[in-house]
Write a protein that binds this ligand. Structure first.
Ligand code: PMV
Length: 324
């Protein structure tokens, strides 16, 4: 079967605003999309040759037969099955991304969501955010152990989300987060690559040794997330900064911070950020700082001067899903 056409789709990066790690243990967390950095997938009909993936940024090309276990190959198969298309189609799939890889900005989940959408569109089908998120979750689960599901959710819904994982196989609670007025964040990447499964595994070991203590810490993180939701809704920016700092202190206590993260967090606070914390798995990866129009530039410049590998400015608002 040949499809004489072409489709393209994209999905944003993301950061976790608050609640990471505790979210794995059933506490709420809030994640926000990063619309200025996106992953994109393009599907073109091919004459023959089965399915070929091409990643021009990495200079890589591979075929289904060469790497059947590749995450994108698996996700392509699952998506085609979901939309009722056999895998004996001839397609050329091009994937690109300007989201820093393995930095806690959701590059893998975004690439997955872009791929699912582009494939569905190619076959004239529309998959809603819940369907896209579910397909990407299965793919993430195969490669990253037992993720909470927050990453695939925020990149598929493309809006700030309140997320509580379901227990015993129940679906998660996913609600939009009211943000008024919009909030500005500066994201700084330490450049230190720390796989999330390593920090998540470390927390699990410590939790197994002292469940009571860790459950109490997770509950405190959950209480911070609940308070963050309230101050975002009510526009209490100063309180938001304080809550982000409290969340950082709790993340330090559960052992997922790092000297590089704390260096950037300290710099951001010293030059005027209202609050700052690590974001995502920790141990490296990214931090975020809450800024105002008056402090954004100085925080951004100071993080760059302090050695951040990437520095991004993003605005969190309720309608962040317009594609630039
Ligand atoms: O490292 P990231 O940005 O993918 O975030 C992981 C968030 C954790 O809460 C640490 C793990 C999870 O599965 O939710």
């Amino acid at each position: 079967m040949q499809h004489p056409k072409h489709s393209t789709a994209s999905a944003p990066g993301k950061v976790i605003l608050c609640g990471e790690h505790a979210v794995v243990y059933g506490q709420p967390a809030i994640a926000v999309p990063l619309n200025r950095v996106r992953a994109q997938a393009t599907v073109d009909a091919a004459d023959k040759g089965g399915i070929v993936w091409y990643a021009p940024d990495l200079g890589e090309t591979w075929r289904l037969g060469d790497l059947p276990d590749h995450p994108l190959a698996q996700l392509t198969g699952a998506t085609l099955a979901r939309i009722g298309v056999a895998t004996d189609v001839a397609l050329r799939i091009t994937v690109r991304s300007d989201i820093p890889i393995a930095g806690g900005m959701g590059s893998g989940a975004a690439l997955g969501a872009a791929l699912v959408r582009a494939l569905a569109a190619f076959f004239d089908q529309v998959l809603g955010p819940a369907d896209v998120a579910a397909l990407v979750y299965e793919s993430e689960r195969a490669y990253h152990g037992t993720p909470s599901g927050i990453d695939n959710t925020v990149v598929s819904y493309e809006q700030p989300v309140w997320f509580v994982r379901g227990t015993d196989g129940a679906p998660p609670t996913i609600e939009p987060v009211e943000v008024r007025p919009p909030v500005a964040l500066i994201i700084g990447d330490t450049g230190v690559r720390a796989p999330t499964y390593v920090t998540v595994g470390g927390v699990r070991e410590r939790w197994q040794r002292d469940r009571q203590h860790y459950n109490a810490l997770f509950e405190q993180i959950g209480a911070v997330a609940l308070a963050v939701r309230g101050v975002l809704r009510d526009g209490q920016i100063e309180q938001l900064g304080t809550l982000l700092n409290q969340n950082q202190a709790l993340l330090e206590t559960i052992g997922v911070s790092s000297p590089e993260l704390e260096h950037l967090i300290g710099v951001a606070r010293r030059v005027g950020a209202l609050g700052a914390k690590l974001s995502g798995g920790g141990g490296g990866g990214v931090m975020l700082a809450l800024v105002t129009a008056d402090t954004a530039e100085q925080v951004q410049a100071a993080l760059g001067a302090a050695g951040a590998a990437h520095v991004l400015h993003t605005t969190v608002s309720m309608h962040t899903n317009e594609h630039p």
